[in-house]
Design a protein around this ligand. Structure first.
Ligand code: NAD
Ligand code: UGA
Length: 464
């Protein structure tokens, strides 16, 4: 059936929020569903201009190709939010929901101001029935608040709110969207709720197998998103806690992770010990979960999840202390090269990257920093612009490491595995150190080259 608003398309979809989630998810829908017109709007005109240019605002492998395949055909980027709302039957809300920085719940609760402004804008502009899809990650029971706002004017327009959390990970977003483990849709169990749920499921059914489209009640869907992130982060904190014990006992955390992960009940993924997890969501979503638990008086439950964050903070500080101890208890005036600044490989995103904390701490110790990263240097400059200390940003890792006393591996970029470390060693101040916060370089080989090697959760290899 073609659509009355524009007969070329079966349906019009709008996404409010053209960020890391809105951009890739909607590009994938447009790419897979040529019958649907997909418009993405944002309050930030610069971001929209970038989406309309050859240089997209985010780096994500494979994203350029799918945007190019659909842009101008059935994928549009615009700043006209009102028109977008009026012309669409299905509206995804994918605005940011950061941790609150002020007032009640500061540092813990989700800041819902962007989300609420969107709800009010939808209410103001809508002249026909809409399905509103929560794509942002939200506290459980937010759909009820959304409904309250949308139904506050009794203007004859019906709104049906669905929860459809996004599980993509940055760096693999296109792969994750193309073949998701599951698509989760939560709805009210009313006739209209189930009908709306079906309309959303029909979109995904264009490329996602039926058995991977999971439907639940709306609260379970909202909560599942927070829980999925909490479980993933918990695995990282668990292995990082064990890494610290390995360092004391000369056990090797990679071998422990392998032995433990081969138990099919546990599974081997997400057990890479590291300098700590970063990214815009794990910390914020767990803090939010902790806040909700406290709100309901579940203090023991809140403390349990808070522990996941505490270990992550410990891990970052532990990395700095290891550097300090290894380098004769002083970093003042020493040149330290950070290999990587992104919170993980294959993204330019640095939000909550452990590298930010570590860079600041090293500057507090009066170290001079040289930072290299294939995609994240622009963000790194912004992150450190107010920090006191000497820092420079260098594209080429060989130039960056030259003249340094130590290298600290912050991000698991493939490029860093493949460098000529003999050349790097020759260019560094001796004794030369490498602190591998990702366990990606060949520790034995680097040791034989002359480096003093400090892996994460493994015995150190030192000539001193
Ligand atoms: P983002 O900051 O990259 O993008 C959000 C966009 O929303 C921004 O461009 C902002 O300008 C826009 N916006 C804010 N208020 C608006 C308004 N009133 N009208 C129009 N546009 C508005 O954020 P993101 O990383 O895309 O995350 C969005 C949501 O998705 C968050 O809730 C996050 O927790 C969740 N999420 C993120 C990821 C991820 O990998 N980044 C994965 C899954 C879920
Ligand atoms: C994470 C989840 O994996 C996604 O499912 C979710 O949709 C997303 O959060 C979100 O809600 O924003 P993302 O943060 O993009 O995705 O990336 P991850 O691959 O989960 O990595 C997060 C952090 O954990 C990175 O700093 C990574 O280096 C670190 N990590 C990951 C480890 O230290 N060890 C591991 O074994 C795995």
């Amino acid at each position: 059936m073609k659509n009355a608003m524009n007969p070329h398309f079966k349906k019009h979809i709008l996404c409010i929020g053209a960020g890391y989630v809105g951009g890739p998810t909607m590009a994938m829908i447009a790419h897979k569903c040529p019958d649907y017109r997909v418009t993405i709007v944002d309050i930030n005109p610069e971001r929209i201009a970038q989406w309309n240019s050859d240089r997209l605002p985010i780096y994500e492998p494979g994203l350029d190709e799918i945007v190019r395949s659909a842009r101008g055909r059935n994928l549009l980027f615009s700043t006209d939010i009102e028109k977008g709302i009026q012309e669409s039957e299905i509206i995804f809300v994918s605005v940011n929901t950061p941790t609150k920085t002020f007032g009640v719940g500061a540092g813990m609760a989700a800041d819902l101001q962007y989300w609420e402004k969107t709800a009010r804008q939808i209410l103001k502009s809508a002249t026909s029935d809409k399905i509103i899809v929560e794509k942002s990650t939200l506290p459980v029971r937010t759909a009820r608040a959304m409904e309250r706002i949308l139904f506050s004017e009794n203007n004859g327009v019906h709104f049906e709110v669905l929860s459809n959390p996004e599980f993509l990970a940055e760096g693999t977003a296109i792969r994750d969207l193309e073949a998701p483990d599951r698509v989760l849709i939560g709805s009210r169990q009313t006739e209209k709720g189930l009908e709306a749920r079906q309309q959303l499921a029909d979109i995904y059914a264009n490329w996602v197998p039926q058995e991977r489209i999971l439907t639940t009640d709306i609260w379970s869907s909202e909560l599942s998103k927070l829980v999925a992130n909490a479980f993933l982060a918990q695995r990282i904190s668990s292995i990082n806690a064990i890494a610290a014990l390995c360092e004391k006992t000369e056990a090797d955390v990679s071998q422990v992770a392998r032995a433990v992960g081969m138990d099919t009940r546990i599974g081997g993924r997400f057990l890479h010990a590291s300098v700590g997890f970063g990214g815009s969501c794990f910390k914020k979503d767990i803090l939010n979960l902790v806040y909700i638990c406290r709100h309901y008086g579940l203090n023991e439950v809140a403390n349990y999840w808070q522990g996941v964050i505490d270990i992550n903070e410990y891990q970052q500080e532990h990395f700095v202390v290891t550097m300090l101890n290894a380098m004769f208890n002083t970093l003042a005036g020493k040149r330290i090269c950070l290999f990587g600044f992104a919170f993980k490989a294959d993204t330019g995103d640095t939000r909550e990257s452990p590298a930010i904390y570590i860079a600041r701490r090293l500057m507090e110790e009066h170290a001079d920093l040289v930072i290299t990263d294939p995609k994240a240097l622009d963000n790194a400059k912004m992150d450190l612009k107010d920090s006191k200390g000497n820092v420079c940003f260098v594209d080429n890792p060989y130039e960056a490491a030259s003249g340094c006393h130590a290298i600290a591996v912050m991000t698991e970029w493939r490029q860093f595995r493949e460098l000529d470390y003999e050349r790097i060693y020759r260019s560094m101040v001796k004794p030369a150190f490498i602190f591998d916060g990702r366990n990606i370089v060949d520790h034995q080989r680097l040791f034989e080259t002359g480096f003093n090697v400090y892996p994460t959760g493994k015995p150190v290899l030192t000539h001193l």
